[in-house]
Design a protein. Structure first.
Length: 152
């Protein structure tokens, strides 16, 4: 049975990035899991501006906490893939599977250690040494594109 690739956002800080990811998800047919608390209200004007009229087309599930998300994910039997600048394995080296959850951390702080421990895989987008990080929406687009390419 197909589950589909999902994008999960851990306590996002910036409504514009979340809106851009929701637009990406709507266009590619990917569901989004938002792990609260977010640093903004989902009704925030900036979120709506970034997501434009795509917000209604993006399947969005809100999880009240990390624990609630983990309970759901484990019940679904989904693999959790964490994208972090501290990983050593490039995101292109993994064989993605239908049902994978692509997890991206807070723009300001990433994810706590308990989230790192829960991940089945920790992956990185290789960058030049002097670069700190990519915009989370851009990173989500790159990784989601690769996961969808591999899973058809």
């Amino acid at each position: 049975m197909k589950h589909g690739i999902r994008i999960a956002l851990f306590q996002p800080d910036i409504p514009g990035n979340t809106g851009a990811i929701l637009r990406l998800a709507a266009c590619l047919g990917v569901a989004v899991d938002l792990i609260e608390p977010a640093g903004f209200e989902l009704s925030d004007r900036a979120l709506k501006r970034a997501g434009m009229d795509y917000l209604e087309r993006a399947p969005l599930t809100r999880h009240a906490s990390w624990e609630a998300f983990e309970t759901w994910r484990q019940a679904e039997g989904r693999r959790l893939l964490l994208f972090t600048t501290t990983a050593a394995v490039p995101y292109t080296a993994l064989c993605y599977r239908d049902g994978d959850v692509l997890l991206f951390g807070r723009e300001s702080a990433g994810v706590p250690e308990e989230v790192h421990r829960a991940a089945n895989c920790r992956l990185v987008i290789p960058m030049r040494e002097e670069a700190r990080s990519l915009n989370v929406a851009l990173a989500a687009a790159m990784v989601c594109g690769e996961a969808l390419r591999q899973t058809g």
